[in-house]
Each structure stands twice: as structure tokens, then as C-alpha cells.
Design a protein around this ligand. Structure first.
Ligand SMILES: [Zn+2]
Length: 311
């Protein structure tokens, strides 16, 4: 009993010691949980008008034509540091400007800095963005910095609205394992047991297969911020509607960690959608050109028929 009290006091002590500027995903934690980020004086930007994620509604978006993506280095072997942060797995790319992304309606070229995951305590939740009201069990974010800046640090310090570009992809449950994800799940399990686990030149080739496939489809674009404190409103967001497939067994492997960390960080590692306000959400539609061309063709025919009528 005494031990239990001591442990409880220790935990309470830790929480209190961390409360200034600390944050977690525990919904019931009024001091540090996500409901409090917006009112936490340590994170003023979390109460801003351009926060993320958002609830994307196709019907409320402005439709434009999809623009092809230009990717370099996505298929090449690179060294990554896989960091188990307990509230995410973060894959940090060692070295600058090795993987770049441009096109897709982005104004600038962007350099990949890292990618990380958000997931929930079960398969009914976990994505940060929602699409037409649907939540997915996991969302991966590829965080890029604007190549107009010499370093990622400079880009972030600039506070420019498009200092970063993040590409977000939803995961969707399928019955069988997705073999393309198997190496990453093995790495994440290994990272659970090693600090700063570094892969030896393992590339993102497997993951880039479903990612690049999704990038041939439709995507949504809006101006927002980081989804974790300080919620810096410096992100040009892209969210794809083509999902990456994953099995429930694979999700379970990613989700499993010690109760100590679950108690400390929560189990739903995502922020809920924030107000869109006056922001415009654009839908980049791969079929837009076809329907637009069809409209032009119809108009031309109508025009021609009018001319013929008066000849
Ligand atoms: Zn994220």
C-alpha cells in the first residue's frame, strides 16, 4: 500500500513538475491534454485561426485541376533515425536535401525533413484529418521545409505561412497484411527497444510504393499549422484521399507499448479537427480537366450550332 502511495505521489509529482509547457494526448487531463492546448499560455498559436487538423468536406471544397507531382530521391537508399517518441514514431532523414517534393500545385520545391505517424487506441479512430466525416486508424505526415531557406531551422524561424509543406496520407484496414509496410513495422518494433535506432541505409522504397500511388489521385490543400504544440501556423497542407492499406494485426503491432507510456501520453495520439474559419480548402481533382474539357467541348458545340443556325 505504501509502495502504491509512493508511486502515485511520484507520478503526480512528475505531472506537476512537467505542467508548464508540457502536453499530452490524455483527453481527461484538463491541464495538459489536447482540450487545454488552445488555452495553455505556453502555446499561444494553438488558439490561432489557422490551426490543424481540420475536418475536410468534399462538398465544401473548391475544385481545381490536379497538378502532377515531381519527386526526387524517394526511391533511393537513405539512412534514417527511427525515434520511438511513444506518442509517435518519427523517421528522421539524416542529411539535407536528399528527398525533394515539388509540383502538386506547391509554389516552391520542398525538402523532406522527417515523417511520423498518428494513431488511435482502436481502429475506429487515429487520423488527425477527417474526410467527409470519416476517421481512419492512422495518418502519416511527411514534413518538408521550403527550399527557399538554407535550413529547416531557418524555414521554421521565418514564421512564413508556407515555411513547411506536410503531405498527409490515411491508412485503411484490410484483411491481409500489407507486405509493403512489413519492413517499417519491424523497424518500429526494434525502435521500441533502442534509443535513436538507426537503420543502415534502409530506404523508404517500400513505403514510397503506396505513397506514390496515392499521389496519382486526388488531394486537398489548405493553409494550416503543426498539429502538436506550439501549433506553428506555417504549413501548406496536402491530404490525399487515396488510402494506404494496413491489416488490424499490423496496426496492433504499432499500437502496442508499455502501460507506463500509455499512462504518461494517452493512447489516442491525434489532435481533433480545429475550426476552418474563413480558410479555403481546395480539392485538386484528377478528373477536373476531363470535365472542364467536356464543358468547353459542349460550349463550343452550342456556339457552333448557333453560328450554323444564322449562316
Ligand atoms: Zn503529424
Amino acid at each position: 500500500m505504501l509502495l502504491l502511495i509512493s508511486v502515485t505521489l511520484l507520478l503526480v509529482g512528475n505531472i506537476q513538475a512537467d505542467s508548464a509547457g508540457a502536453w499530452n494526448y490524455i483527453r481527461t487531463d484538463a491541464d495538459n491534454g489536447p482540450e487545454s492546448w488552445n488555452s495553455n499560455v505556453a502555446f499561444p498559436e494553438c488558439a490561432g485561426a489557422s490551426n490543424s487538423p481540420i475536418a475536410i468536406q468534399e462538398d465544401d471544397s473548391t475544385e481545381v485541376a490536379a497538378v502532377a507531382w515531381e519527386l526526387t530521391g524517394w526511391d533511393t537508399a537513405h539512412t534514417w533515425t527511427v525515434d520511438d517518441k511513444h506518442r509517435t514514431f518519427e523517421y528522421g532523414l539524416e542529411g539535407d536535401k536528399k528527398i525533394t517534393t515539388e509540383g502538386g500545385g506547391l509554389v516552391n520545391k520542398y525538402n523532406l525533413l522527417q515523417f511520423h505517424y498518428h494513431w488511435g487506441g482502436d481502429n475506429t479512430k487515429g487520423s488527425e484529418h477527417t474526410l467527409n466525416g470519416k476517421e481512419y486508424p492512422m495518418e502519416v505526415h511527411f514534413v518538408h521545409w521550403n527550399s527557399e531557406y538554407a535550413t529547416a531551422g531557418e524555414a521554421i524561424a521565418s514564421e512564413d505561412a508556407d515555411a513547411l509543406a506536410v503531405l498527409g496520407f490515411f491508412f485503411e484496414i484490410q484483411a491481409e497484411d500489407n507486405d509493403e509496410l512489413a519492413p517499417y513495422i519491424t523497424q518500429m518494433e526494434a525502435a521500441r527497444n533502442h534509443e535513436n535506432y538507426t537503420t543502415e541505409g534502409v530506404n523508404v522504397d517500400n513505403l514510397s510504393i503506396p505513397v506514390k500511388y496515392a499521389m496519382t489521385g486526388n488531394y486537398y490543400r489548405y493553409m494550416g499549422g503543426l498539429t502538436t504544440p506550439g501549433c506553428n501556423q506555417i504549413v501548406r497542407w496536402t491530404v490525399f484521399d487515396t488510402t494506404i492499406k494496413i491489416s488490424a494485426a499490423q496496426m496492433s503491432k504499432i499500437r502496442t507499448q508499455s502501460q507506463t507510456y500509455l499512462d504518461q501520453y494517452g493512447e489516442d495520439f491525434y489532435r481533433d479537427p480545429q475550426p476552418i474559419g474563413s480558410r479555403i480548402v481546395a480539392k485538386y481533382d484528377v478528373n477536373y480537366l476531363n470535365s472542364a474539357s467536356l464543358n468547353v467541348a459542349c460550349l463550343s458545340l452550342a456556339f457552333l450550332s448557333v453560328i450554323i443556325k444564322y449562316l
